[in-house]
Design a protein around this ligand. Sequence first.
Ligand code: PRP
Ligand code: URA
Length: 213
Amino acid sequence: MTMYSENVHIVNHPLLAHKLTILRDKNTSTKDFRELVSEIGMLLTYEATRDLPLTEREVETPLCKTVAPTLAGKKFAVVPILRAGLGLVDGVLRMVPSARVGHIGLYRNEETLEPVKYFCKMPKDIAERDVLIVDPMLATGGSAAAAIGFMKEYGCTNIKLMVLLAAPEGIELLQREYPEVPIYCGAVDDHLNERGYIVPGLGDAGDRIFGTK
Ligand code: PRP
Ligand code: URA
């Protein structure tokens, strides 16, 4: 098995593994697929936010006063890569309700597999925020690398990427171009086919989330 750097986090959890298998099943309905993407988004966010800084505050329990941990209130933004990344936003926001949301619109040219940008809208103070880019699929890595590049142009310095499924090719590209960006993923599959699809994969994530095929 390929060894990746410590910045590649393959989240190993039975609930996540079980839900991913249902996603892979071609007979899973659009409704179930969408709900599962959101649930897996929550489970992955749990891991991707493990290093959020804590401070302390006083709290009065029914028994006594005590000092207990609370989030230090670091500014956080989730940035979905449209379209399919939208499916993960709700899961992130359920875990981090105060997060702001920036959007990057990219689609892959089906012949060249190169990402094409069609939309970008960020919170004004995005450069001060910790950024979590989300997309269900990391295939060639072209879309994620472009998204990371855009966020760097905005001045962001703390960037992470969260995906459901990755291909070795995508991880290797990001490790070469952006080794400092941590990747959180549910599984790394075997390979890409000649059309740039992850195998065994789950098919076209955007089409399955939005029911467009
Ligand atoms: C899919 C997926 C990623 C990209 C991954 O989007 O959601 O954004 O492909 O492929 P890559 O790693 O080779 O760049 P797609 O271009 O199909 O657009 P969509 O989300 O609008 O369906
Ligand atoms: N995009 C998808 O939606 N699925 C793949 O397998 C590869 C890219």
